[in-house]
Design a protein around this ligand. Structure first.
Ligand code: NAD
Ligand code: WQD
Length: 357
């Protein structure tokens, strides 16, 4: 079914890591962008950089999705035609410590957003889901590489919020008959903008492999702890499907265009390359980017880690006409470019510019 829709995309969480890279591609493709972000895990500096890198203007609101009234006002002020929903809390370990905060922020925030969309007759909706909804795909019933049909089972509060939101979107699609939703299940995002002006800026000690190793490379951490080398993989370390954030950004625009052309109800797409890399392969690729062997130590396994999460991306390749174009070498080279230019992320830039150095 061919549909006619407008050109203004509301992006929640657009100041964050994946959102900011996606907004650049949206602006480059000629969309008008309205960002809603409460900056709880991002910096306003990212908004300035998006505008500088794209040479385009955008509209930004510092609004919390938990504040439905303020969110509704944004919909009233702009002719929003579709929504890409990145805003959410995402740290697995933190979600175990403060589950209520995660359930409230991620689930209630999404309910408010869907209610506003309904009131304002906005139907095209792209949601940031995660491969975490597959739990451990090596359990009975699971397969590697993982197709979208793999049974879902989340293992921690963060993952449970993603699974719950997928289900609530599916229910609302069925009930409304008009909500048209893409569930994008990201595998392991990495990389940065090729200019080195935009990238991941984690608060505190990074939980994830790539930002951690980047901080080792820049001298902020002594060595990389490799969490276990006794897994049943070629070098004993777990396998993940790492995907460049710019490939991910392009997938959002491809899925939005797909929704604008087709009514799908609710449909999931895996976003990965289909190729897995071990922790030690990432360590080698990052060392190559830096030009020196980075220090690492083998430590015990991390609780909750699974041996292999590799996507079967066929559905996205065929339907969205999208595939990954960037290798793990490019992921590591771009992260290193960002990290060496900004050893302390956006704060470092701010400290220097404020001091007029
Ligand atoms: P991020 O933290 O950099 O971006 C999320 C943004 O949402 C931040 O700018 C934050 O300030 C904002 N936000 C959070 N709660 C909000 C609220 N209540 N109201 C308004 N703004 C709010 O994270 P990211 O890595 O860019 O991830 C984006 C989305 O993708 C998240 O939903 C995350 O769960 C999902 N995801 C991320 C990964 C990953 O490894 N980065 C993997 C799979 C899925
Ligand atoms: C990758 C591999 C670690 C850090 C997480 C979330 C998932 C999704 C993506 C949001 C694992 C190993 C890591 C370190 C290490 N996020 N590692 N030393 O766990 O696959 O996925 O991010 O949806 O939900 O769970 O990513 O980068 O943390 O770990 O050895 O210091 O690197 O054991 O094998 P993960 P990760």
């Amino acid at each position: 079914m061919t549909r006619e829709t407008g050109n203004t995309v509301l992006v929640t969480g657009g100041a964050g890591y994946i959102g900011s890279h996606t907004v650049i591609v949206l602006l480059e493709k000629g969309y008008n962008v309205v960002i809603v972000d409460n900056l709880c895990n991002s910096r306003f500096e990212a908004i300035k950089r998006i505008q500088k890198l794209s040479g385009k203007d955008l509209i930004f609101y510092r609004v919390d999705l938990l504040n439905e009234k303020d969110l509704d006002e944004v919909f009233s002020k702009h002719p929003v035609s579709s929504v890409i929903h990145f805003a959410g809390l995402k740290a697995v370990g933190e979600s175990v410590k403060i589950p209520l905060t995660y359930y409230k922020n991620n689930i209630t925030g999404t309910v408010h957003l869907l209610e506003c969309m309904k009131r304002h007759n906005v139907t095209d909706f792209v949601f940031s889901s995660s491969a975490t909804v597959y739990g451990d795909p090596t359990r009975p019933g699971g397969t590697i590489p993982i197709p979208e049909s793999c049974p879902r089972e989340a293992a921690n509060p963060y993952g449970k919020t993603k699974l719950f939101i997928e289900n609530l979107i599916e229910d609302e699609c069925k009930a409304s008959g008009s909500l048209n939703a893409a569930l994008l299940r990201y595998f392991n995002p990495g990389g940065a903008h090729p200019t080195g002006e935009l990238g991941e800026d984690p608060l505190g000690v990074p939980n994830n492999l790539i930002p951690y190793i980047a901080q080792v490379a820049v001298g902020r951490r002594e060595y990389l702890s490799v969490f276990g080398n006794d897994y049943p993989t070629p070098d004993g370390t777990p396998i993940r499907d790492y995907i460049h954030v710019c490939d991910l950004a392009e997938a959002h625009v491809a899925s939005l265009a797909y929704l604008q052309r087709n009514y799908v109800g609710c449909r999931a797409w895996n976003l990965g390359s289909g190729t897995g890399s071990t922790v030690l392969q990432i360590h080698r690729a990052f060392s190559k980017a830096v030009g020196t062997e980075l220090p690492y130590k083998i430590d015990p396994r991390r609780d909750g880690d699974v041996v292999n999460l590799t996507a079967d991306p066929k559905r996205a390749n065929e339907e969205l006409k999208w595939k990954t174009n960037r290798s793990i070498d490019e992921i590591c080279a771009d992260v290193w470019n960002w990290q060496r230019k900004h050893p302390y992320g956006f704060d470092f830039y701010k400290a220097n510019s404020d001091a007029n150095l």
